[in-house]
Write a protein of this length. Structure first.
Lengths: 123, 373
């Protein structure tokens, strides 16, 4: 089950790691994605720190680490097909996976219904 | 959104078509339309034609003699309907605004289109050379730009006389009984027209233009990416009051004879500074840059060669026609060599950029055929 942050990112636990991406609402706000700068596998992230950058035609938008932890994998498909972030933001357009220690998950994560209400109020 | 922001006559029209609105220079305008997006709108403009709402721009008539004190072209010598791209200068040769002036049919006036963001500064500057009653701002108008290889067919279906216009020529005509001014010009590098018409019929004209499905609405996002590919300057990015035409590569807008020693009351503002810069050279020159990665280099990025700062990017984005990033910026003239590389600093990293003279995409204006009368 996906959990959403107020920064319009989603997290999903897959086995031992958490997969992270941006929400459908976020990709819609960004417009055409033309490049994604990915973190390095093994990179140590601090909660709220800059981790990836999504480049659209007009602007660069930072994606922040939702929690402290270590990057275990990145979505290499985005190097060739950055538009996956637009086409499939919450599935094939995932950005990175990270290990998050128990207790390091941020407070205030939303489920899909809660996030829908939240993002509707943001527009 | 801010309540002091103004709506253009096409505001409801944009909303109905899913325009994603933003505040731009005090106006609420679409960045792109839902279901299309910047890239699709950009490519459609190059392949067919697009309709841009540029009603936010300031339309002002001023006597040629007034303009000639503040701007280099010889406006008084223009034939009726002849248009010039021109720069309004301050006393130091800095650029107050860039604009298109078209000679009016009667009298010695020019009808000028200025940037919305510069309206106050432009009027203030014009007032230094004009009496208040010599300036006339045209209000309650819409300005629609139709741009692209199929713009001529679309516009001529409604205004058949448009076919007779060459690039940078304007005419007065009528549509639905409303006076309109039609100019063959634009800001995309493509053939096209700008149509100034009463706000009351703006929606009807926009609907008529897109009726066949060939012309599609496009927003500010595509307007910016198109103009950058065409190597056209954007005020606030490439141009400002501290930048001169010599630095911006816009000396071609200055007739040579106006730089010769004219008497005090015949010269234009900043002429001395420009004469000096032409003789001694400038410290920076506008150039084009092609980043050698997929990552766009944006305005504000420093340009480095070795450990030396050699310039700065002023506009940068992903250019949809090139399917690659492109940028404009200023560089030391001695470093401005086509094919040479410099590094742009993006988030602390170096991105290699190849120097390439703009335009990045060839301009396709409909100029008068040589030899044709």
């Amino acid at each position: 089950m996906k959990k959403y942050t107020q920064q319009h990112e989603w997290l999903q636990q897959i086995g031992e790691v958490w997969r992270v991406g941006v929400s459908d609402y976020a990709q819609d706000q960004l417009g055409d994605v033309v490049a994604v700068e990915l973190p390095a596998p093994g990179a140590k992230l601090s909660a709220g720190g800059e981790c990836a950058v999504i480049e659209s035609v007009k602007a660069a938008s930072e994606v922040y680490a939702p929690a402290e932890g270590e990057v275990t994998a990145v979505n290499e498909a985005l190097a060739e097909n950055p538009q996956l972030v637009n086409e499939s933001p919450e599935d094939e357009g995932w950005i990175w996976e990270m290990r998050i220690a128990e207790g390091n998950l941020p407070d205030g994560l939303m489920n899909a219904a809660e996030y829908k209400t939240f993002s509707a109020g943001d527009s | 959104m801010n309540d002091s922001v103004q709506n253009t006559p096409l505001h409801e029209w944009h909303r109905k078509r899913g325009g994603r609105l933003t505040d731009f220079a005090g106006w609420r305008l679409p960045v792109f339309y839902e279901g299309a997006g910047i890239v699709a709108e950009h490519l459609h403009t190059r392949a067919a034609a697009s309709l841009f709402d540029v009603s936010h721009m300031a339309q002002v008539s001023a006597p040629a003699a007034v303009l000639e004190k503040l701007s280099p072209p010889r406006f008084s010598e223009l034939a009726a309907g002849e248009c010039k791209y021109a720069l309004l200068l301050n006393d130091d040769g800095g650029i107050v605004d860039d604009f298109v002036a078209g000679k009016e049919n009667s009298g010695d006036g020019c009808r000028c289109v200025f940037n919305a963001s510069r309206r106050e500064s432009v009027l203030q500057r014009l007032r230094t050379a004009a009496a208040e009653n010599e300036l006339r701002e045209h209000k309650n108008l819409a300005l629609l730009a139709v741009q692209g290889p199929l713009a001529e067919a679309a516009v001529c279906a409604l205004l058949p006389l448009a076919r007779e216009l060459d690039f940078m020529r304007a005419m007065q005509t009528e549509w639905l009984g409303e006076e309109c001014v039609l100019c063959r010009c634009g800001y995309t590098g493509e053939d096209g027209f700008e149509i100034s018409i009463a706000a009351t019929v703006a929606e009807e004209l926009a609907n008529a233009l897109i009726a066949g499905g060939v012309v599609q609405p496009a927003g500010l996002g595509a307007r910016d990416s198109l103009r950058l590919e065409a190597g056209l300057c954007l005020y606030g990015n490439e141009l400002n009051e501290k930048t001169t035409p010599a630095e911006a590569g816009l000396l071609w807008t200055i007739p040579k004879t106006r730089l010769q020693n004219e008497s005090e009351n015949e010269t234009f503002a900043g002429a001395n500074v420009l004469r000096e810069q032409i003789q001694s050279g400038v410290n920076r020159a506008l150039a084009g840059f092609l980043p050698q990665t997929k990552i766009p280099v944006r305005g504000g990025a420093q340009l480095i060669e070795g450990n030396e700062t050699v310039g700065e990017i002023t506009s940068g984005l992903f250019a949809p026609t090139l399917n690659a990033p492109a940028a404009l910026g200023y560089i030391k003239p001695e470093k401005n060599k086509t094919g040479a590389t410099v590094d742009a600093i993006v988030r602390g990293k170096r991105i290699q950029c190849k120097i390439a003279p703009p335009p990045f995409v060839p301009r396709r204006y409909k100029k008068k055929e040589k030899g044709k009368q």
